[in-house]
Design a protein around this ligand. Structure first.
Ligand code: AMP
Length: 523
């Protein structure tokens, strides 16, 4: 089996991979990385969850010359969620390289993005519309962009960006290297590849080799008008820690969210009709475990990378096998098992057979846990730990890891600080939406808490952080609710719809000469 070492990545990149805990390359990485390092154009038919970001990102980072301050590489993404996700992934892989990675996306002030570009960017990760805008304003010049990535190209097509993508490709040097990643290859994408890529190598990670094996799949046959009641019943029995429930339409998602809320369930909707701010708020709340159930449409949930989703429920049967794989890939992420349950009406019953054939999998009829226990061979029985025990099992906490890695290799966390962290982490966080008062704390304004890896020990005080929020993240003072500086790290609370942007703008920047890392604090 190929290891990352065999792939010939440079030591600084290898070190970052070790720190990220990537032991072996995933199939798409194993195949794509040597081709891209060899200078070939690559078409990667793969979706989120396969490790595609590192598949194009590692050769990209290896290609860059830190001494050259031009934009040498661009990554185009269809949505701003994916743009931010890719930027964060690249930054973590570039931890030990002297490389500037700038994200530009719609919905954030263009002026600060222009100034970031002026300060120098080796790589620009961008949504298509904002990239066009910045090029038209001459803030972004692509004459040296010789490494070009199109991520989730089919999604760009669905969202109507293909013409702009072509315009951007025409502005890049003709001798460039192009990587195109797409879950599906509809004819317009094939045409794009033919027109703008040079002799591409196609690497296809078929649904079979996706994480489907780690996912227990089942279907429920139910008449359309009984679906909601059945879902509520099923949720009670299955007790998901977190679940994504997929609906076909935005209206359907809104309706279902309301029905579940009426039953007192902890649920939020995520669909394309919502403002970008509320979408971000919902995403953060869900990633942060402050929301248990997410009712989503396919487009809105695309690219959503959440580690701890235990269940995916297809409330409406997906309209293609690709979509099925894509949806259920949201659970059973690297090394975990998950459950995927698909609702079909009697008229849709044949869809299950079709998916089974296309994906080469088996989808049995849903059974209650008791039935499952009766039928399962002993070692495969699903352990159902009592609720209390589950709640008390600590989650692996990115926040703590970072603090340890960055600031205190040998020291223990001082007592008072441990208490402060416990106290702040344990606070019932108001959810991102002001209308949610499920924790009974309706008076507190809705905020999102961010963790900052620096504190007093690094010579940072409250005023410094407020300055960074104001000047670096361009936040108005009223969007900042609380700044608490502890010995080794700090917490700031901001408006939920500003949280992602604050992280994006400040994470990896310097404050008082020290690099600061920000992330949404885990509750
Ligand atoms: P992606 O398909 O790029 O969205 O990646 C899906 C998830 O897999 C992300 O959380 C990555 O951090 C993780 N990942 C990517 N490559 C590896 C690897 N070689 N080993 C372990 N985890 C990985």
């Amino acid at each position: 089996m190929t290891t990352f070492k065999d792939l010939g990545l440079n030591p600084a990149i290898q070190q970052a991979l070790d720190e990220l805990g990537y032991q072996d390359p995933t199939p798409i990485q194993e195949e794509a990385i040597p081709q891209l390092l060899g200078g070939h154009d690559v078409i990667g038919q793969a979706q989120t969850g396969t490790g595609k970001t590192a598949a194009f990102g590692l050769p990209l980072l290896q290609y860059l010359d830190p001494e050259n301050n031009e934009v040498q590489a661009i990554v185009m993404t269809p949505t701003r969620e994916l743009c931010i996700q890719v930027t964060q992934a690249l930054r973590s892989m570039a931890e030990h390289l002297d490389i500037e990675i700038v994200a530009v996306f719609g919905g954030a002030p263009i002026r600060s993005q222009q100034s970031q570009l002026r300060s120098g960017a080796h790589v620009v990760v961008a949504t298509v519309g904002r990239m066009m805008d910045l090029m038209n304003r001459r803030s972004l010049v692509l004459t040296a962009a010789r490494y070009v990535v199109l991520d989730e190209a089919d999604e760009m097509l669905d969202l109507g960006f293909i013409e702009d993508v072509e315009k951007i490709l025409r502005m890049c040097p003709s001798g460039r290297q192009t990587a195109l990643f797409s879950a599906t290859m509809p004819p317009p994408i094939q045409k794009l590849a033919e027109g703008y890529m040079y002799d591409p190598v196609t690497i296809s990670i078929t649904p079979k080799t996706l994480t489907v094996d780690a996912i227990q799949q089942a279907f429920v046959e139910v008449p359309a008008k009984e679906k909601t009641a059945r879902l509520i019943e099923l949720l009670k029995i299955e007790e998901p820690e977190q679940a994504i429930i997929f609906c076909r339409t935005k209206i359907g998602a809104t309706r279902l969210e309301r029905a579940l809320k009426d039953k007192g369930l902890d649920v939020k909707a995520l669909h394309g009709d919502m403002s970008q701010g509320s979408r971000d708020g919902v995403m953060i709340a869900f990633k942060d475990h402050r929301v248990k159930l997410l009712v989503a449409t396919d487009i809105a949930a695309r690219g959503l990378d959440v580690e701890h989703v235990t269940h995916v429920i297809n409330f409406d049967v997906p309209n293609s096998s690709e979509s099925y794989v894509h949806r259920i890939g949201r659970t059973g992420r690297v090394g975990r098992t998950g459950r995927a349950i698909t609702f079909v009406t009697p008229a849709e019953r044949d869809e299950i057979g079709r998916i089974e054939r296309d994906v080469n999998t088996k989808i049995g009829e849903w059974e209650s846990p008791e039935e499952r226990l009766e039928h399962a061979p002993a070692p495969r029985r699903r352990e159902r730990r009592p609720r209390r025990e589950r709640e008390e099992t600590p989650e692996p906490e990115a926040v703590k890891d970072d603090a340890v890695k960055d600031d205190a290799e040998t020291e223990d966390v001082p007592e008072r600080e441990a208490e402060a962290v416990a106290a702040t982490n344990g606070t019932a966080e108001p959810s991102a939406d002001a209308d949610n008062d499920s924790d009974g704390d309706g008076e507190k304004p809705a905020t999102t808490k961010l963790f900052v890896n620096r504190g007093e020990r690094s010579g940072i005080d409250e005023e410094d952080l407020r300055w960074a929020l104001r000047e670096g993240a361009v936040l108005p003072d009223e969007a900042v609710h609380d700044v608490r500086v502890l010995h080794r790290f700090s917490f700031v609370e901001v408006d939920p719809d500003q949280a992602e942007r604050t992280v994006e703008f400040l994470d990896g920047t310097k404050l008082k000469g020290k690099e600061i890392r920000l992330e949404v604090a885990k509750s």
